[in-house]
Design a binder for this molecule. Structure first.
Ligand code: PDD
Length: 274
């Protein structure tokens, strides 16, 4: 699959120009925010939510820029058309500058990531680390601890690393939101403590519509055994059942979790048709 173009400041450019100077101090110091958007059948899923969150993240770190939500969405759709590839991921990267007019927006095409089918059937393994992201609601380039802990998780055949706060409550994954479930009751950490995942938001909507009770509160790792199942959400994972957290094992997805996965897949299909 050849991804030949990308967007720089809303202009379609050849991918060979997708480079950043070593002298760009804002990039080296991580003064930037980003998003990952899933494109299927040429439809950028929940693009409004992603661009809205990109702007919220920028605001959270005082990154001023000259872009508009509508402008980015329009040009991103033009990029997708020009790429002639219907299924891919798009990385949106907004880098700040000393002056507002010099901030830069890049939209880069990436090969899509599809988790193994058996992960959905059996659940995935995860590890935990004590760590809380700074400005949890912002998706910034401040990624070093997440990168290091995620690499350790991968080396141990784990799908993600889950972050514990100072009270040993599970807050979120390094790239996923975290949920625990018993029967039709679902618990997830409060929105202000986590990255407000686009998938998290839509899963909550679908769950409530289908009669699930969703409560926002943290769960101490020692209380997790009280729950029947645990799952993660993210753009590329959708709803991913968890089988192991460190040495704690959970049974495969319950009937209620399977039902929720089915409801959410149907919801995603309805978004394609819309
Ligand atoms: N990560 N929590 C964190 C800390 C994340 O970085 C992400 C997204 C999520 C899930 O958000 P969403 O449902 O909007 O994808 C939760 C993306 C995939 C990434 O790091 O590339």
């Amino acid at each position: 699959m050849e991804l030949k173009y990308f967007l720089k400041n809303n202009e379609i450019c050849p991918i060979s120009e997708a480079v950043i100077s070593l002298f760009n101090i804002e990039h080296s110091y991580g003064f930037g925010v980003y998003e990952n958007v899933r494109v299927k059948n040429s439809i950028p899923f929940f693009i409004n939510d992603h661009v809205e969150r990109l702007f919220k993240s920028a605001e959270a770190i005082g990154l001023e820029h000259q872009f508009t939500e509508d402008g980015i969405i329009k040009c991103t759709k033009q990029l997708i058309e020009k790429l002639e590839i219907k299924t891919l991921n798009l990385k949106m990267l907004l880098i700040g500058a000393k002056e507002r007019k010099d901030s830069c927006l890049y939209v880069l095409p990436l090969s899509p990531h599809f988790p193994d089918e058996k992960f959905y059937r059996d659940g995935v393994k995860t590890i935990t680390k004590k760590y809380e992201r700074w400005l949890p609601q912002a998706k910034t380039l401040n990624m070093l601890p997440s990168y290091i802990y995620y690499s350790e998780a991968k080396k141990n055949n784990c799908y993600d690393v889950l972050f514990l706060d100072k009270d040993d409550c599970i807050i979120e994954g390094s790239r996923t939101n975290f949920f625990a479930m018993t029967g039709k009751t679902i618990i997830t950490a409060p929105e202000e403590r986590v990255l407000s995942g686009v998938t998290r938001k839509h899963v909550i909507t679908v769950a409530k519509k289908n009669g699930y009770d969703v409560q926002e509160k943290t769960i101490a790792i020692n209380d997790l055994k009280k729950y029947q199942s645990v799952f993660l959400t993210s753009t590329s994972s959708k709803i991913m059942p968890v089988r192991m957290i460190d040495k704690m094992e959970f049974a495969g997805p319950t009937k209620e979790l399977k039902e929720l996965i089915k409801n959410f897949d149907e919801y995603l299909k309805s978004q394609e048709a819309a």
